[in-house]
Write a protein that binds this ligand. Structure first.
Ligand SMILES: [Fe+2]
Length: 219
């Protein structure tokens, strides 16, 4: 009898432990994604050039025209591995314009530059770890004769006490994603973390734009 109740207690404790582990796993899965995987910086990082702190890349100061391309908002949070906000993290982005050209002398692409597009920007995460940029969906560009890169935005995120992160964000369901050597080189769960779904922007944002949420998890 005593042996049976002892065994039952053991089983109950075991089940409780499994339930707790399952809960923790699902809680983390729901609220805190995997660490954002690093990816190559590529050759077109603006480097020492002034990043500025205007988060709107669709408008060049003094120009009456708008950048070519579909306007999007990229919003997100910078968090640590326990999902705690990382405050005042420096978030830099750089990308191609709608034609697929970087504003960088190293870019061999003959596609035209867009003089009304700002190709890079930086910001700092707020008290909740949040950041935002307004930009356009970058164009496809050739990495070599047989490889076109899908639209992507380069990110560099830095904060004292954390490992600097250089990565790239992609657009969900773009047909070139499945063929991209850089994206496909990332293991499954981490790969999903850098592919973002863009949906119609909420009221309060510019009409006929889309917004995507890119959570950045620093180590
Ligand atoms: Fe790129």
């Amino acid at each position: 009898m005593e042996q049976t109740s002892g065994r039952r207690a053991f089983l109950t404790r075991g089940l409780a432990a499994v339930a707790t582990a399952t809960w923790m796993k699902s809680a983390f899965a729901d609220s805190c994604p995997v660490l954002t995987p690093p990816q190559t910086q590529g050759p077109f990082y603006p480097g020492e050039r002034e990043f500025g702190q205007d988060i709107d890349l669709t408008q060049v100061p003094g120009s009456p025209r708008r950048a070519i391309g579909e306007v999007i908002y990229v919003k997100g949070r910078v968090v640590d591995h326990l999902c705690r906000p990382v405050v005042n993290a420096n978030v830099e982005i750089w990308q191609a314009c709608a034609s697929g050209r970087y504003n960088n002398p190293k870019d061999p692409n003959s596609a035209p530059l867009d003089p009304d597009f700002r190709y890079w920007a930086q910001t700092y995460s707020n008290r909740k770890g949040e950041y935002m940029f307004k930009t356009i969906i970058p164009g496809v560009y050739p990495a070599d004769d047989q490889w076109d890169r899908p639209p992507h935005i380069h990110f560099r995120v830095a904060k004292t006490g954390y490992r600097d992160l250089v990565t790239q964000m992609y657009f969900k369901d773009h047909p070139l994603n499945d063929l991209d050597l850089i994206l496909q080189n990332i293991p499954g769960e981490q790969r999903e973390a850098v592919v973002v779904n863009f949906a119609d922007s909420l009221p309060g944002f510019e009409p006929n734009t889309k917004t995507g949420f890119f959570e950045i998890v620093l180590r």
